[in-house]
Each structure stands twice: as structure tokens, then as C-alpha cells.
Write a protein that binds this ligand. Structure first.
Ligand SMILES: *[C@@H]1O[C@H](CO)[C@@H](O)[C@H](O)[C@H]1NC(C)=O
Ligand SMILES: *[C@@H]1O[C@H](CO)[C@@H](O)[C@H](O)[C@H]1NC(C)=O
Ligand SMILES: *[C@@H]1O[C@H](CO)[C@@H](O)[C@H](O)[C@H]1NC(C)=O
Ligand SMILES: *[C@@H]1O[C@H](CO)[C@@H](O)[C@H](O)[C@H]1NC(C)=O
Length: 357
């Protein structure tokens, strides 16, 4: 069954207002046979999805079978965002429950940059894999060329993740809503559109560039005399870590006279397509504020001995914390048994927990 509710929040992620013109959805994608059949069949689904932009609705009609993977991909992105930021004041959740990201998206902050990038990355990831698994009518295994440095006697051509297709499809779909906008060149809204496009691309490139060659041995009794290799997506955790580093080094930009984003401080290096960019400073996320989409840190767990962002001092923004005791269950006294399993006991201990005031 199709998860309408769930997908509809995704389109909030790539949120926008209404769009005027949309001309460029002539895709560089493989043509599909008899698109009109899809269009007829797709009407109910695509019109049910709230939050699609006009161009995305057209893509939905043409590529109906992609929609569930787009949704899954965005969900993976959001989960990864919450994992990467679990020990930060901003933990990738917000006040507005109509979407996971909610109102924080109204500010063009570093955090917003990250959410766009990781969502776009999630979509590339999911579509690329779905191609390999034969779930989509318009793509199949990767047809990437054999890497030059692959040893000559290794075979190339296992069924690989189709990151090429995933990248291109995500570019068409995710960026559609930004490209439809027609804001005056140089306006704040135009700056925000450029920011979103840049960060979407950074997210896609992260998945594309981190994909690597994987190989499998064949041959008599594990001799590995023969290898078959293919293109494989990186573990999405690695994509999350990579983008988190890009978050830390994100570049502050402003809209320049020529209507392009330019560095706020020219002493820094110009960001590449792989880097994240932002245009607004972040709130401190200490207190709840509906306008900025900050949930505040009251009630958050913190670590009394840590000096990092998860430490009580920083997490609670100097407001102090409450201490309480709680039971913690864990595996303990593990023994390795020949052969081959590990047997553990379950231990319970009383531990201190700290919660921000
Ligand atoms: C959002 O929260 C409001 C109030 O708590 C609730 O009535 C509404 O059903 C929630 N919406 C969603 C989509 O969870
Ligand atoms: C919320 O944030 C906005 C923008 O930073 C600020 O102007 C406003 O005073 C804040 N509101 C509260 C209740 O703190
Ligand atoms: C994020 O923090 C809020 C409180 O600030 C909390 O309610 C929420 O459960 C946290 N979300 C996650 C995914 O940890
Ligand atoms: C708290 O932080 C300290 C120092 O960084 C670390 O060694 C410890 O494992 C952390 N405790 C928890 C419960 O995360």
C-alpha cells in the first residue's frame, strides 16, 4: 500500500510556495514506453499527494513506481539526520508536526542546509538501489564503465546500484520545485532557492561520489582465483558522516549583485558543489520558539561529564539540570563458546541520568 501521509511530509521537505512556470521537465532520463498509460493509472495517486509542486506532479504521473522509493529515501535521510544530531541542541525535530523538519526550514540556516542535502541524498540512495533490485520500470543494474584500475583478471559486471540513474532522477524530481520558482533575481527568496539547489546537489554528490567498487570471490574452495565486481552504494551512515563534516564547514553566503550566491567573507575558499552553503545565521536552539522552529532543550538528556555539545553545560544552555536514577539493562559477562556462539548475561544497574531544566 502506498503511504500517502508519509510521502506528503516529504514534499514539505522540499517545500515551496506556488510555482508559476515549469518548462524544463524534459528529462535526460530513459524514455518510457507509452507514458499515457502511466498518466491515466497515476491520476488518483498523484493527486492525493499533497505538497507536490506542479512539475513534481507531472513526474509523479510519469514515474509512479518511483514514488514509494522517494518517500523511503527521504525517511532514511531524516533518520540519519536524527542520528547525526542526537547529541546536539538541534536534533532534527521541530515544533511544527506537519513535517519532520517543520518551521526551522523557514530560515536558510546551516541546519536547513543539512536537511536538504541529506534528504536529497536519501532519494538518490533509494532510487539507485531500487533500480538494481529491478523494482523500477525505467532502470536496471548499473551500466557504469569498468574502472581502469580494476585488475585485468577480475570480472566487471555484477548487478550494481544504479547511482547514475538515481542521481539524475533525484535531480529532476527534488530540484523541480525550486526550478519552478520565479523570484526576482537577487531577492532574498531567490537567494534561498539558490541555497536549496546547491545543498540538494551536495547531497546527491555525496552518494554518487561515495559509491564504490565491491567484489566477490569465486574459485575452488575459497581460493579467490576469480573475482566479480560491481558498483555499490556506500553505507548510508557514511553519507551521513560525510555530510555532517560538510555541515561543520558550511559556507556563509549572501546574494551578490549579479544574482548569484557569493561568500560572505571573501577570505574563505569558494565552496565546491560538494560543500554545504547557508544564508542565515542559526538560532541558538536553547529556548522554544515557534518562529524559528526551535524546540528548545528543556527535558533533553545530557552528559554531566562531557565537555562537548552533549554535556549538560552546553546542552542546557546554562539553565542547569535535574538528576534522577534509572535502571539500565545491558549484556554483560559474555563468554565465547567453542564453536561458535557468544553467551551473555543480562545485567541491570542503577545509573544517574541528567535532564535539562
Ligand atoms: C499536530 O499536533 C496537533 C496538536 O498537538 C494535532 O492535533 C495534530 O493532529 C498533529 N498533526 C499531525 C500530522 O501529527
Ligand atoms: C523567536 O525568534 C525570533 C527570531 O529570532 C525573535 O524575534 C523572537 O523574539 C523570538 N521569540 C521568543 C518568544 O523568544
Ligand atoms: C529532540 O528533542 C526534543 C526536545 O527538545 C524531544 O522531544 C525529541 O524526542 C527529540 N527527538 C529525537 C529524535 O531525539
Ligand atoms: C559522557 O561523556 C564522557 C566524556 O566524553 C564519556 O566518556 C561517557 O561515555 C559519556 N556517558 C554517556 C552515558 O554517554
Amino acid at each position: 500500500m502506498f503511504k500517502t501521509q508519509f510521502v506528503s511530509f516529504l514534499f514539505f521537505v522540499f517545500f515551496s510556495r506556488q510555482m508559476e512556470s515549469f518548462e524544463q521537465w524534459s528529462l535526460g532520463l530513459m524514455p518510457i514506453q507509452r507514458p499515457e498509460m502511466y498518466i491515466i493509472g497515476a491520476q488518483p495517486l498523484c493527486s492525493q499527494l499533497s505538497g507536490l509542486s506542479q512539475g513534481q506532479r507531472k513526474l509523479c504521473q510519469l514515474y509512479q513506481d518511483h514514488m514509494t522509493y522517494i518517500g523511503d529515501g527521504a525517511k532514511t535521510g531524516i533518520k540519519e539526520c536524527q542520528y547525526q544530531f542526537r547529541q546536539r541542541r538541534w536534533n532534527c525535530s521541530t515544533v511544527d508536526n506537519t513535517s519532520v523538519f517543520g518551521r526551522v526550514m523557514h530560515i536558510g540556516s546551516r541546519e536547513t542546509a543539512f536537511t536538504y542535502a541529506i534528504s536529497a541524498a536519501g532519494v538518490v540512495n533509494a532510487i539507485s538501489r531500487a533500480c538494481r533490485e529491478g523494482e523500477l520500470s525505467t532502470c536496471g543494474c548499473s551500466r557504469a564503465a569498468r574502472p581502469r584500475d580494476l585488475p585485468r583478471d577480475w570480472l566487471w559486471g555484477g548487478c550494481g546500484d544504479n547511482v547514475h540513474y538515481g542521481y539524475r532522477f533525484a535531480r529532476e524530481f527534488v530540484d523541480a520545485r525550486e526550478r519552478e520558482k520565479n523570484y526576482p533575481r537577487g531577492s532574498p527568496e531567490h537567494a534561498r532557492t539558490l541555497m536549496n539547489l546547491h545543498n540538494n546537489e551536495a547531497g546527491r554528490q555525496a552518494v554518487y561520489n561515495l559509491a564504490n567498487v565491491a567484489c566477490k570471490c569465486h574459485g575452488v574452495s575459497g581460493s579467490c582465483s576469480l573475482k566479480t565486481c560491481w558498483l555499490q552504494l556506500a553505507d548510508f551512515r557514511r553519507v551521513g558522516e560525510f555530510l555532517k563534516e560538510k555541515y561543520a564547514s558550511a559556507a556563509a553566503m549572501r546574494i551578490g549583485r549579479k544574482g548569484k550566491l557569493e561568500l560572505e567573507d571573501k577570505r574563505f575558499n569558494t565552496p565546491t558543489a560538494e560543500d554545504l552553503v547557508y544564508i542565515d545565521p542559526s538560532p541558538d536552539y536553547c529556548l522554544r520558539n515557534e518562529t524559528t522552529g526551535s524546540l528548545g532543550t528543556q527535558g533533553r538528556l545530557c552528559n554531566k561529564t562531557s565537555e562537548g555539545m552533549d554535556g549538560c553545560e552546553l546542552m542546557c544552555c546554562g539553565r542547569g539540570y535535574d538528576q534522577f536514577k534509572t535502571y539500565k539493562h545491558e549484556r554483560c559477562h559474555c563468554k565465547f563458546h567453542w564453536c561458535c556462539y557468544v553467551k551473555c548475561k543480562r545485567c541491570t544497574s542503577l545509573v544517574d541520568q541528567f535532564v535539562c531544566k
